[in-house]
Design a protein. Structure first.
Length: 76
């Protein structure tokens, strides 16, 4: 009535291994996408020194003379 399997599970522990297989595949997909997402956000959050200098000048933290001098210093 239930076939050759163990309480209707098919052939031995095949059903358990199939579930385990899919759990591992889903875990690897989730792990991989989260790694790529974190790596991308790190690259986007890094600003160049010149970008930071421009932001400081725009906020009024430094004067035009200081901005020009620091910009020249960065180019060397």
């Amino acid at each position: 009535m239930y076939g050759d399997g163990f309480y209707g599970m098919g052939h031995g522990f095949g059903g358990i291994f199939m579930i385990l297989f899919w759990v591992v595949i889903i875990y690897l997909i989730v792990r991989g996408t989260s790694h790529w997402t974190q790596k991308g956000s790190e690259q986007n959050s890094r600003k160049s020194a010149e970008d930071i200098l421009k932001e400081r000048y725009a906020k009024g933290d430094i004067s035009k003379e200081e901005f020009e001098q620091m910009k020249q210093d960065l180019r060397f």
